[in-house]
Design a protein around this ligand. Structure first.
Ligand code: DC
Length: 222
């Protein structure tokens, strides 16, 4: 099986690009952030705030997250409910970042991610795919762009979805999440030693796509 690990900060375009690359190569695209978001949503439903002053283990014990593929599209289920759309709010983003710093949460989601890569040709995106989840991935890419570029793209995405946000809010959230994700003790966001860094600051979508495809084709010899 071929596995492509794409890691990088929020808003780097990982999911949009990975989805396209997967379609192009006939691979399954696995968005691991959605798993953390589903867990985050559960904690919100349980009344937790981002300080997480709750019994994490007992909430996880009654949480069931799984993913299914409908016509190649990943859908995420929380306790049997399709929450794929509900998890795309700034509130869930922040909570996903908070829960993802907890070792129990990372352990809870780890095997599910590895199993998908054992059984399928995958392109998997997240923060720790090349460093922790798939240390033997065929290709590892660290996809990044400036915080301004990433915030602008995320802002435009949220506006298209009719979310009521300002650019400043998105930028401030982005900087905060970058900090959280790269300073946590467990599986912090950082490039794997054997990853290729792809910086798409100032790139159009098509240029970024071509860059990723050329890295993958060269490294995976496909
Ligand atoms: O990629 P995203 O914005 O949907 O991710 C949501 C949060 O989940 C992000 O703040 C960090 C966390 N995450 C993680 O810690 N590890 C992953 N493999 C994917 C996401």
């Amino acid at each position: 099986m071929i596995s492509v690990a794409i890691d990088g900060p929020a808003g780097a375009g990982k999911s949009t690009l990975s989805r396209k690359v997967a379609a192009e190569l006939g691979f399954i695209y696995v968005d691991t952030g959605a798993l953390y978001r589903a867990v985050g949503l559960k904690f919100i439903d349980k009344g937790a705030n981002t300080e997480l002053n709750v019994d994490i283990d007992s909430i996880l014990a009654e949480t069931k997250v799984d993913i299914r593929f409908c016509e190649g599209e990943q859908r995420v289920f929380l306790d049997g409910e399709d929450v794929s759309d509900k998890i795309r709010t700034p509130e869930v983003s922040m909570m996903a970042s908070a829960v993802s710093a907890k070792p129990a949460v990372r352990a809870y989601l780890l095997e599910m991610q590895r199993k998908l890569a054992r059984e399928n040709n995958v392109i998997m995106d997240g923060r720790d795919i090349g460093t922790v989840v798939l240390p033997n991935a065929t290709v590892k890419i660290f996809l990044t762009a400036s915080a301004e570029d990433r915030s602008r793209r995320r802002y435009e995405e949220l506006i298209l979805k009719n979310q009521n946000v300002t650019y400043k809010e998105v930028y401030d959230d982005m900087v905060k999440r970058d900090y959280n994700d790269s300073h946590r003790d467990i599986a912090p966001l950082k490039p794997a030693e054997d990853s290729v860094i792809a910086d798409t600051t100032g790139f159009e979508f098509q240029e970024s796509l071509e860059l990723l495809l050329s890295i993958i084709r060269e490294k995976a010899e496909i």
